[in-house]
Ligand binder design. Structure first.
Ligand code: GDP
Ligand code: MG
Length: 440
């Protein structure tokens, strides 16, 4: 490992910070890319401004241009914005859990209802009842019934002449009596958002109090997506979005628009007409598709990886000597903060990934990571390099400096000792890796 990487490191010193002019130039391109991907204009404006504030002053990695660096920052922010909590359908409520599907006509509500029902039934082993509340479009109810027969998901028997609210109530009652876990309510849409549609959906919502209200939206709708999402979000209230036709030619800018306007996660995406054409939403993939600059992003990622490799190399050298002091621990903590505790320097060394994961799981709390780093920052360089210097009075001084208790310092010292022990063993084992004794 060390020899192979050795040559690269000399080249990799970080260069300066991003200047306003560089950021602006790159963001002009980003703006065009986002508009071409059909992200709604107000969302583009907001997003670009947010990124501008974040980007100026950030470090540029050596071997990438400022423009490339900005694209990477944009990409990361896109991923962050698209992602977020609550990506799966939430069924944590008393059965039967009502799920309400809303959206414009032709957006894919009925198809998505059946897709999701099948998925919940197969993957989550839930007993699902589907009911069509679409009394407007001829044969809408039969469409759902046929999908039910195809997928083996139960549908509520059709009774002609009933109003949507009554059908919804009947579905809930039937589900209760027959022991269903989930009730999926497929509503009627309109070509455009109008008051009668909203009034109908609100009445249904009030009647069943849905646990999830999912807006089904066509990824190809583009600029209009914001308006639709806004109306449903304001008037009905949403818990998530299902984005359909992601198999189409579009770059999927609607994903960003939807997310920005509703503030709700994109829970699933439709990728075709077939029942199994339903996928989880992958923020990274969609971000790269929206931005259309995947090459640049991976280039910058490689540069960043190489710098991580440089740190890994340093670690390897120390490991061979069986050392692991507080400087090493601090750089680990920083890595974990940066990388969300998943990979990082240790993850790149054979056999150490598991240990790092364990460290990470003990440190999931960002605040804890920050406090631990503060403790190490309060040490003198000498103390960092020679942990055995830490006696009671030094600990007291550090505790005061970092604003923590001496117990916390002791915990950190214990962590450092455990790591050092493992390092020594690793050093002796050479490159064998695997089956390491784990600390803690
Ligand atoms: P609804 O009016 O909202 O209920 O929409 P439907 O579920 O009836 O779907 C309208 C059309 O879009 C149908 O022909 C579906 O097969 C098609 N459709 C739905 N979801 C997708 C998707 O993810 N990809 C593609 N290509 N077609 C879809
Ligand atoms: Mg329908």
């Amino acid at each position: 490992l060390s020899d192979k990487l050795g040559g690269i490191f000399d080249k990799l010193k970080r260069s300066g910070a991003l200047k306003e002019a560089d950021v602006s130039a790159a963001l002009r391109e980003v703006r065009i890319a986002l508009l071409e991907a059909d992200v709604a204009l107000p969302v583009v404006k907001d997003f670009v401004e947010k990124v501008r504030e974040k980007a100026v002053g950030q470090e540029v990695l050596k071997s990438v241009t400022p423009g490339q660096m900005v694209i990477k920052i944009v990409n990361d922010n896109l991923v962050e914005m698209l992602g977020g909590e609550g990506k799966t359908i939430d069924l944590a409520a008393a059965a039967p859990v009502p799920i309400l599907m809303v959206g414009l006509q032709g957006s894919g509500k009925t198809t998505s209802t059946a897709k999701i029902a099948k998925r919940l039934q197969e993957k989550e082993k839930k007993k699902v009842l589907m009911a069509s509340l679409d009394v407007r479009r001829p044969a809408a109810m039969e469409q759902l019934q046929i999908l039910g027969e195809q997928t083996g998901v139960a549908t509520l028997p059709i009774i002609a002449g009933q109003m949507p609210v009554d059908i919804a109530k009947r579905a809930m009652t039937a589900a209760k009596l027959q022991g269903f876990d989930v009730v999926m309510l497929d509503t009627a849409g309109r070509l455009h958002v109008d008051q009668s549609l909203m009034a109908e959906v609100v009445a249904i919502r009030n009647a069943v109090n849905p646990h999830e209200t999912l807006l089904v939206a066509d990824a190809l709708t583009g600029q209009d997506a914001v308006n639709v999402a806004q109306q449903f979000s304001d008037q009905v209230g949403l818990t998530g979005v299902v984005l359909t036709r992601m198999d189409g030619d579009g770059r999927g800018g609607a994903a960003l628009s939807m997310r920005a306007v509703t503030g709700k996660p994109i829970k699933l995406v439709g990728v075709g007409e077939k029942i199994d054409d339903l996928e989880e939403f992958h923020p990274e993939r969609v971000a790269s598709r929206i931005l259309g600059m995947g090459d640049v992003v991976s280039l910058v990622e490689k540069a960043a990886e190489t710098i991580e490799a440089e740190e890994a190399e340093k670690m390897v050298r120390k490991m061979k000597k069986g050392q692991f002091d507080f400087d090493d621990l601090r750089s680990q903590l920083r890595q974990m903060k940066k990388l969300g505790g998943m990979s990082g320097v240790l993850g790149m060394l054979p056999g150490l990934g598991k240990m790092q994961k364990q460290m990470a799981s003990a440190n999931i709390d960002d605040k804890l990571l920050a406090r631990q780093e503060a403790i190490i920052n309060s040490m003198t360089p000498k103390e960092r390099a020679e942990p055995r210097l830490l006696n009671a009075s030094r600990k007291k001084r550090i505790a005061a400096g970092a604003g923590v208790s001496v117990q916390e310092i002791n915990k950190l010292v214990k962590m450092q000792k455990q790591m050092a022990t493992v390092m020594k063993k690793m050093g002796k084992m050479g490159k064998k890796g695997g089956g390491l004794p784990l600390p803690g």
